[in-house]
Design a protein around this ligand. Structure first.
Ligand SMILES: [Zn+2]
Length: 338
């Protein structure tokens, strides 16, 4: 793409490299501010500076945001926090930087890479002085996670709305896969909704290049994990798509997969042996179009998912699953390709 497509900078008359974005002038401006802020961590400072100097548009810029600029901090689930800043809510996400700074910066890189269209926007980095932890400052999606949106708004969703949600999620996942990555932790708690129909993928903490596979650290939410991941610790792009299948099921029915049973070794064994959540079979049996017509009829007696009926040991936050290393599970041979 030729840079002159974006016209010339009004100040220095050089070609803009993005929409109203002059790299020379903006770099000078950012550089002049470098000594006015610090994260107190040289690596994080350098990361923010580099992002600012290589930006090609306003949305690509992240900044250091001092913690005292936040007010009205409320806690969300999973350690996220909401912060109000001149009518705008943002989400603060801590990422255990004390033990894993590389992972923190990598997650921000991925979030930035897919930001805007497929992933939620990121504004910068801050540090909570009392807990001494660095945090990612992100756009706050009004409806919260896809799971929360289904809990609060499922009855208002038309079939068209449901399809639209899944369409955006599928596009986002395809984008991640196109760049040679896998998400590895794809579930309805890691997708957020800005409206009832626009879903964004988030949580790139486990996102990894396809070539990297760490068998020792299996994290996840069991109902969304493919059999080959559960029994052999194997992650592939196909296992992300298996997770997407579970999300489809959830968006269509309002029910999270396996909500009524404990998420333990027994469930893992039955998934590895080919058991599928019973409603999935129902959706596999005929085409979606036909289902939509039928569904409206069936919906008359439909009982929507109520979070209160969830089994207390059904756990929908990503966690380390050491029991997957047991012999009982490792010897089962079954995967999504079958
Ligand atoms: Zn300029």
């Amino acid at each position: 793409m030729k840079s002159s497509e974006y016209g010339k900078c009004e100040d220095c008359q050089q070609d803009n490299i993005g929409p109203q974005w002059c790299n020379t002038c903006n770099s000078k401006r950012f550089q002049s501010e470098f000594n006015e802020w610090t994260s107190e961590d040289a690596e994080i400072d350098e990361f923010i500076q580099k992002t600012q100097l290589t930006a090609t548009k306003y949305e690509e810029v992240i900044e250091w945001i001092p913690f005292n600029r936040f007010n009205n901090i409320k806690y969300l689930d999973k350690g996220g926090k909401i912060w109000k800043r001149s009518q705008q809510d943002v989400c603060l996400k801590s990422l255990n930087t004390s033990t894993n700074k590389d992972g923190f910066l990598q997650e921000i890189k991925y979030q930035l890479k897919f930001r805007g269209i497929w992933a939620i926007s990121i504004y910068g980095i801050t540090k909570n002085p009392t807990e001494n932890e660095y945090m990612m400052v992100m756009h706050y999606a009004i409806y919260g996670s896809l799971r929360k949106m289904l809990n609060s708004s499922f009855e208002k969703l038309t079939w068209h709305n449901k399809m639209k949600n899944l369409f955006y999620i599928a596009l986002g996942l395809a984008k991640i896969h196109e760049t040679g990555l896998m998400h590895k932790d794809f579930h309805s708690g890691n997708i957020v909704n800005e409206t009832k129909t626009s879903s964004y993928i988030t949580d790139f903490g486990l996102c990894k290049p396809v070539a990297e596979n760490d068998l020792e650290k299996i994290y996840g939410v069991i109902p969304y994990m493919a059999p080959e991941t559960l029994n052999r610790g194997e992650y592939t792009q196909a296992s992300d798509i298996y997770s997407f299948g579970m999300i489809m099921y959830e968006v269509f029915t309002s029910y999270p997969p396996y909500y009524n049973i404990p998420h333990n070794e027994e469930l893992v064994i039955s998934i590895c042996n080919g058991q599928k959540s019973h409603l999935i079979k129902y959706f596999n049996n005929s085409e979606i179009k036909k289902q939509i017509e039928k569904a409206n009829e069936l919906n008359k007696n439909f009982i929507q998912y109520n979070p209160k009926i969830t089994h207390p040991q059904a756990i929908y936050t990503s966690r380390h699953l050491p029991f997957l290393k047991s012999k009982k599970i490792e010897t089962i041979e079954h995967d999504t390709k079958q």
